[in-house]
Write a protein that binds this ligand. Sequence first.
Ligand SMILES: Nc1nc2c(ncn2[C@@H]2O[C@H](COP(=O)(O)OP(=O)(O)OP(=O)(O)O)[C@@H](O)[C@H]2O)c(=O)[nH]1
Ligand SMILES: [Mg+2]
Length: 279
Amino acid sequence: MPRTVWYPGHMAKGTRKLNELAGKLDVIVEVRDSRAPASTSSPLIKALAKVKPVIHVLSRRDLADGEKLALWVKSMKHTYSADLRNREGLAEIKRAVLKFKPAHREVRLAVVGIPNVGKSLLLNSLIGRSNAGVGNIPGITKSVNWYRNEGMLIVDSPGILDPHAEEGAHLILSWLGCAKAEVVGGWENAALSLLKFLASREMMNILPVEVIPDELPALTLERLGRKYGCLISGGRVNMELAGQKFIEAFSSGRLGKICLELPGQERAIDYRDEAANIV
Ligand SMILES: Nc1nc2c(ncn2[C@@H]2O[C@H](COP(=O)(O)OP(=O)(O)OP(=O)(O)O)[C@@H](O)[C@H]2O)c(=O)[nH]1
Ligand SMILES: [Mg+2]
């Protein structure tokens, strides 16, 4: 399988800028995805947490399994879950941020995290204006920018991945829409690895097709492709397109609310290794 780590120049530059800025901030807000809070943690957060207090926001709680998410929120300090699209959970986050506001000036914070977790949407929601670009593909924000309103001076930053992360880590992110499929060898590969993962976690019941025990993932994907109408000449299935449709359905929540990790198994690296061995 082709392997490229997605670490474009703007990620390296963003990392440098954030490290330079950290000393001037009052608090750092790290955004993770509620569906995989360990795998979607920022590679920068350990170092930043040594310098400044951190508030964690678990976005997309509307797409997550509520019971499992509650375990995460309980197990992590200073952590808030939110449905940023519907502004749910926002008031608590804002209150937590404003606790760090010095009496004489606005509170300075940076929103950090991996790509596509909702950093810019959170920033816009906090300042009450749609100033920062938001979009459902990873890599929308390319630079570090300041925004100001409502007693806050907020830095939006590009999504930054760990340049040293192994393949499995990127696979999980691709299932959630946080990494580009080409990074993990295309949609078909991403979908096959997701099917294997779901089978290993006994989560195949979320599929919109009949579950056939021990079926090869490629055959399941083919059936999914037929369901999604991904046909080419001769009645064959376009497997790349089938993979894309399946991943889109999964990551958008159309297949149901999910949580891929539990706090007890916080060593998400286990999943990553497992996922890496799948394809
Ligand atoms: N359903 C749902 N979608 C969300 C939530 N938060 C963010 N999104 C969506 O996720 C997508 C990415 O949001 P952005 O704010 O652009 O994410 P980002 O982290 O700034 O992304 P980059 O700048 O590419 O790193 C958008 O389509 C948002 O509408 C949420 O809580 N629930
Ligand atoms: Mg952004």
